[in-house]
Design a protein around this ligand. Structure first.
Ligand SMILES: [Zn+2]
Ligand SMILES: [Zn+2]
Length: 338
């Protein structure tokens, strides 16, 4: 038997007992060791995740140990791994063009199907990545960082760029770190003073920008009037997303990472005169995951300083309601399963 944490309905988490699953052909049974708690989990718990159905086992930022193999799978039992939680169809136009991250039939573990807030989880073997030399806690953050790494790769960021990342949540912090890894001058912007202070103490970005003040003026001063060549939005705020066009360098690129349930509009002459490139960025691909792990191994990216809160699996149902409160100060939280 094994224990799972089930989100029965918004605001209600309960432990449940079920039979320990067995892997079928091509699958692996993972003993879960660390779970990253994500904005998606918080929104699902809060009831404001539009595509969610309940009851649901949450959790898609998962690290564990290979416990059992299905037929035809040859992986070392006991080795540490993380999972790529996006299950693609392999047949649609996006999959055929090498973009499984935006598959038309995508199913995300912990979102569209039950996830990893449990002791054991069966996953397709080709979505398990064995990784040595990185802690379980770091492995549980790979997915979150890969989202930012993907946005940076989308925009083809290099040392020639000046990048502003809007929103200093876990996704924004990931994007900003990978912009730095790519050699760009990097600014991070947020409304929250505490969060800006956190960025200042834990990271070494070129500047912190206070979004409550005149952003355009701050950017103009920092860039001698050139403005950032790339703006990455990770705010989830339509107003911030609409403002980005006016803050961009001519010839620059905007990447929307955060998704909002809203219409976004802008004044076309502002968009056009810059010959703006506007792109969405969704999920991440295996290349992004590999890049993240390599940067962790070589110490180019510090993942540990994003983790502000930790709890055990058994305490999670009590701890989580505290983490969800707006003044909790949670940047990234981790559940440890023993
Ligand atoms: Zn996530
Ligand atoms: Zn597909």
């Amino acid at each position: 038997m094994m224990k799972s944490i089930v989100c029965q309905e918004p605001g209600k988490l309960e432990f449940s007992q079920s039979k320990k699953p067995s892997p079928l052909a091509g699958e692996v049974l993972l003993k879960i060791r660390c779970i990253g708690v994500c904005g998606t989990d918080i929104h699902a718990y809060g009831g404001n995740q539009p595509f969610f159905s309940y009851p649901r086992v949450l959790g898609h930022e998962l690290a564990g140990e290979i416990a059992e193999l299905g037929e035809g799978v040859d992986l070392p039992i006991g080795s540490a791994a993380f999972i790529v939680p996006y299950l693609e169809c392999g047949e649609c136009i996006a999959c055929r063009n090498g973009k499984p991250n935006c598959c038309t039939n995508i199913e995300v573990i912990g979102v569209h199907r039950d996830g990893g807030m449990c002791e054991y989880l069966v996953v397709p073997a080709d979505h398990v990545v064995i990784t040595e030399g990185v802690s379980f806690e770091e492995l549980a953050i790979v997915e979150c960082l890969a989202i930012g790494a993907h946005a940076v790769r989308r925009a083809n960021i290099s040392e020639k760029d000046t990048v502003m990342v809007l929103g200093a949540g876990p996704i924004g912090l990931g994007a900003a770190q990978f912009a730095q890894v790519a050699g760009a001058k990097t600014f991070i912007a947020d409304l929250n003073d505490e969060r800006l202070a956190f960025c200042d103490s834990e990271f070494s970005f070129d500047a912190q920008i206070d979004s409550k003040l005149d952003v355009e003026k701050q950017l103009s001063t920092l860039t001698n009037g050139d403005m950032p060549t790339v703006i990455i939005d990770a705010t989830g705020s339509p107003k911030a997303m609409e403002s980005t066009i006016g803050w961009l360098a001519h010839g620059g690129t905007i990447v929307f990472v955060s998704v909002v349930k809203a219409d976004i509009s802008f004044h076309d002459p502002e968009f056009h005169k810059r010959e703006t490139t506007l792109m969405g960025s969704r999920n991440a691909t295996k290349e992004d995951f590999e890049h993240v792990v390599e940067c962790m191994r070589t110490g180019k990216v510090k993942s540990g300083n994003m983790v502000t809160h930790r709890t055990s699996f058994n305490d999670f149902t009590k701890t989580f309601p505290e983490w969800v409160k707006p003044d909790s100060g949670v940047v990234k939280a981790i559940i440890e399963v023993d």
